[in-house]
Every structure is written in C-alpha cells, then in structure tokens.
Write a new protein. Structure first.
Length: 345
C-alpha cells in the first residue's frame, strides 16, 4: 500500500513510518516539523526508494490537498497532533487549530481524493487518538469502545472533537474510516517533555525528578513499537466504521513507574546515591485524571493482537536507548519548553 502518514517525524508517527517501510509499504511522511518533530527519528529509512517526505502543516488546507494530488495514497494514517496536556493548559488555541481544524482539512482532502479515485473500497482513513477522550476512571473498571466521551483537558477535548469529525465523515459521506484510541506510549525517540524521558534525563543530570501530586495517578503503558504494529494491523484488518482501543496491559502508578526507572538506572549507570533520592513531589496538574485503563478485548478477539512487551522489558529497552543515544536527546534540550514546568494554570 501507499500510506500517507501525518506526523511521521514525531514519536509515534516515526515508529509507524519505520515499521511500515520495513513491511514493504510505500510511505509519504507529512509533517510540519514543529518543536516535537525530528527527522532524525526516520533517518534509518530516509534513503529508501519507498519513502518520501512532505513538509506540510495540516492547518494549511491547500497544501494538504496538493499532497494528496501529488501522491494519491491508498490509505491515510493520521497521527499529526499537538499532544502534551501541560502545553494545552497554557495554550489551548493551538490544540484546536491543529487537532480539530487540521483533522477537518485532512478529512476534506481525503474525501475529495477518494471520490476522484472512484471511491475505492480498499481506501482507509485511519485516525489515531487517545484514551484520554474517555475522561478519568476510579479504582475499578476499564475503558471500552462504548465508554462515553468525557474529556477533562483542552488536549483530550480537542482529540475527542477530532474523533467525532472522523465518525461523522464516515457516516455522512461514506468515507471508509477506522479510529483507534491508545493508552500512554513510551519508548525510543520519545520527546523529552513527557514523564518517562523527563525521569531518565533529569536523573542522569542529577536534577530533581518531579512527580505530580502524590504520584498516585495510574496509567496503562504501551511500548511504542507494539503500538505501531497494532496500528498497521488495524489499518489492514480492522472493520470500516469501527473503533479499536489499544492498550499495553501494563497499569502502574506514576510513583511506581518512576521508581522502576530509577532502579534500572542504578543498575546500568550507578552513582553514589540511588537515583530515587532525586524524586520530588510537586504541585499537581490542574484537572489531572486519576486513572486510565483499557479493555483490549476487541483487539484480541477480532484482530488477534496483543502487546508483546511487558512494562519491565519496555522500560529497560527505553533506558538503554537513552543511554546509547545522547547525541539525539542533547540536540533537543534547547527547544522551546523543554525542561520547564508548564501547565500550572
């Protein structure tokens, strides 16, 4: 297939690009190269004949339309988004422009392209979203594909809005769409503003490791390469008009996750004092959801997919990658907002 992957220079998008090329697909990587994007993330496939890059902002409808006309993709995998909750608290407008208006532009361009091609049955618009659209769970229960939407942050609200747009274009115009909602991703090439890379890099620098509130918020952690595999599985075998929740089956409290990372660092890069001594509890994020957890039954039952990497395995792989790739993350330290506490509102 020829895939148009939006946000393919970002964290999850680049994992999809690398796997798709490895599987033999042609890939057009559309990315605006905002602060969180790095072309180094796809350097391993950049010289492949089956790979092409388009520097394009999904907020620019005409530019998006031109990409479709140039490349005529068989499918769209839409990952381009503003995704950091803390940044959405400080500047929600950009999240609406990119996640809502940008998705609208893509849907319109995809629909026009699909109709020009004679509405091929094999075409797919795969929208990649988040479990945060469902809001917050208590101590029990899991999100299913039928859980009502109840977003609590500007970020999750913008993603919920984009999900609804995609569903509407499927129902109203017949565009062949699928939607996936994933749990928290982690792994190589994770931009250093999210929890796991912050813990690793602050620990290596001997800086305070900030943990919001009491660290009791629970997340389900999904290794990014597992997620990329799941996304390509849904694209090729998922049912049109269906949504699929993709989870890592690895729930952990934030404080336990941080301590696990510190223990791995103690083993791989020992210091005089344990890294856990750097942990500091800080003012919580406004509207911080307490718990996310995904019921993966549909992915298992319909598509025979489940994650292959446990949290312990994935964290070790991630820490080892950061230890071995200092050149990559050093180059990002001076980007806007990195190393600064955002989202205090």
């Amino acid at each position: 297939m020829k895939l148009l992957v939006t946000g393919g220079a970002g964290f999850i998008g680049s994992a999809v690009v690398r796997q798709a090329v490895a599987q033999g697909h042609e890939v057009v990587n559309l990315d605006a190269l905002t602060y969180a994007a790095c072309l180094e993330n796809v350097a391993s496939v950049a010289d492949q004949e089956t790979y092409a890059f388009e520097h394009c902002d999904i907020r620019d409808a005409a530019a998006v339309e031109a990409v479709f006309e140039r490349h005529a993709p068989d499918a769209v995998m839409h990952l381009a988004a503003e995704s950091h909750v803390d940044r959405s608290i400080d500047g929600p407008g950009l999240f609406i422009e990119t996640n809502v208006n940008g998705t609208f532009n893509l849907l319109q361009a995809a629909r026009a392209h699909w109709e020009r091609q004679g509405r091929p049955e094999g075409f797919r618009f795969h929208h990649i979203s988040t479990d945060e659209v469902y809001g917050s769970l208590g101590a029990e229960g899991q999100f299913t594909e039928d859980t009502p939407y109840a977003p609590n942050s500007p970020y999750s609200a913008s993603k919920a809005a984009s999900d609804h747009l995609v569903r509407a274009w499927g129902e109203t115009y017949g565009l062949p769409v699928v939607i996936t909602n994933c749990s928290n991703n982690y792994g190589p090439f994770h931009f250093p503003e999210k929890l796991i890379p912050v813990v690793i890099l602050n620990a290596l620098a001997g800086k305070e490791i900030p943990v919001y509130g009491k660290g009791e918020n629970v997340r389900d952690w999904l290794f990014v390469e597992d997620h990329a595999d799941a996304l390509l599985t849904v694209l090729q075998r998922g049912e049109v008009g269906r949504s699929y929740n993709i989870g890592g089956e690895n729930e952990a409290r934030n404080i336990d996750l941080v301590r696990m990372i510190c223990a791995i660092l103690d083993e791989l890069r020992p210091q005089e004092r344990p890294y856990s001594s750097l942990i500091s509890f800080v003012q919580d994020r406004p509207g911080h959801d307490m718990r996310y957890a995904i019921d993966p039954s549909r992915m298992r039952g319909e598509l025979n997919w489940r994650p292959s990497v446990t949290l312990e395995q994935g964290l070790r792989k991630t820490v080892e990658w950061y230890l071995e790739n200092e050149v990559w993350w050093r180059a990002l330290q001076d980007r806007e907002g990195v190393g600064v506490r955002l989202g205090k509102a």
